[in-house]
Design a protein around this ligand. Structure first.
Ligand SMILES: *Cc1c(COP(=O)(O)O)cnc(C)c1O
Length: 352
């Protein structure tokens, strides 16, 4: 008997298609930075780098060990999007020819002390209030140190998915007013996936695209979920009206039902927050979660699926069942599902 397991199948062809589609929407001659932080949003950093390298101009990550892994595979730009926090990291960044974000005075001090101003991206705060220099502080730094240097000026939107949010326009205006005070060789970058989709004219010199590559962006049917999370049914049972399924009796049958127990739980990365009624796919038919997610099992109402058998695959998301839907219907986001799948799930990377 072979061991059963849940599987996360990643289709690199879809990653490539998503990138090509997103690039086709860009209005300027923007360069494309693939954001592959957090193990390429759970898709495997090294495999993703190898399979998209010819399509992109650079990569964005947060952890320096991820940057080094990419550098060993690619000659393209590699940006540390949260910068460095010590002299030691400065030396590593320089050695591996990394681009580095500078988002506060402590970080800038490291570069000033080393008199090193190459490959820097300065992040300004235009309303996110998380990282980035205040505009006036940055103008002081610019006037003192950067007026004759090449660098990239960047900021990050707080509500790029919401086309109507006025915060986007306030952030664009603050950024654009600032760029008018800089020399013309300063490159600019604002756009993440939501911004590329909703404000394609703001793609500037660099776009920093993450979730769109993986197909987790929710408002566009051309972009497909590149991951399939599937798990086999390990048991089937009939239940009677009035019987409850799983912990705390959250789900109670009002009629005769057929319940499938599937070999995947919150210890595999399926959020505990998954609600009854969440849609999954079995034998190309939609079925619904029925009962609370357990550590190692999830229960599904398969009353309406003919010929349902132990061993059949239950898909939680796939190119046909967008990850954004399971996320949205549970008040979560695609990013959370992608980065949450645990190592005991078997990862299968389909290369082109
Ligand atoms: C993660 C990240 C991105 C990518 O955002 P998506 O919404 O996934 O496209 C872009 N810029 C910065 C600074 C980030 O941290």
């Amino acid at each position: 008997m072979t061991a059963i397991n849940s599987e996360l199948i990643i289709d690199s062809n879809l990653l490539r298609k998503n990138i090509s589609y997103i690039k086709s929407r860009l209005q300027n001659e923007s360069k494309f930075m693939a954001v592959i932080k957090s193990d390429a949003y759970g898709h495997n950093l090294e495999s993703v780098t190898k399979s998209i390298d010819d399509l992109v101009e650079g990569y964005g990550v947060v952890r320096i060990n991820e940057a080094i892994k990419i550098r060993n595979l690619s000659k393209k730009k590699v940006l540390l999007m949260q910068g460095i926090y010590s002299q030691e990291e400065f030396i590593t960044a320089k050695k591996f020819n990394l681009d580095v974000v500078v988002h506060n005075h402590d970080q800038f001090k490291i570069f000033e002390e080393n008199n090193y101003f190459k490959n820097l991206w300065f992040k300004v705060n235009t309303g996110m209030n998380r990282l980035g220099f205040e505009i006036d502080d940055f103008i002081d730094i610019y006037n003192e140190h950067l007026f004759d240097k090449k660098f990239v000026l960047m900021t990050h939107l707080a509500a790029s998915n919401d086309k109507e949010s006025i915060s986007n326009h306030e952030q664009f205006k603050a950024f654009e007013d600032l760029t008018k005070k800089m020399h013309e060789n300063v490159e600019k970058s604002i756009a993440n996936t939501g911004c590329i989709m909703n404000f394609p004219d703001k793609s500037y010199d660099w776009v920093r695209c993450g979730i769109g590559i993986y197909g987790g962006y929710f408002k566009n049917k051309e972009i497909l979920t590149a991951m399939t999370l599937r798990s086999p049914i390990v048991n089937l049972r009939q239940i009677k009206p009035g019987q409850e399924v799983g912990y705390d009796g959250r789900a109670k049958a009002t009629e005769k039902m057929l319940i499938a127990s599937v070999y995947l739980g919150y210890a595999d990365g399926l959020p505990l927050a998954i609600e009854d009624g969440t849609k999954v796919m079995i034998n190309n038919k939609i079925a619904e979660v029925f009962g609370r997610v357990s550590m190692d099992l999830t229960t599904i109402d398969v009353s309406h699926i003919k010929d349902c058998a132990v061993g059949d695959w239950c898909e939680f998301f796939s190119p046909e069942l967008p990850i954004s839907e399971i996320a949205k219907s549970n008040k979560l986001i695609s990013y959370y599902f992608m980065t949450g799948i645990k190592s005991r799930v078997k990862k299968i990377f389909l290369s082109t």
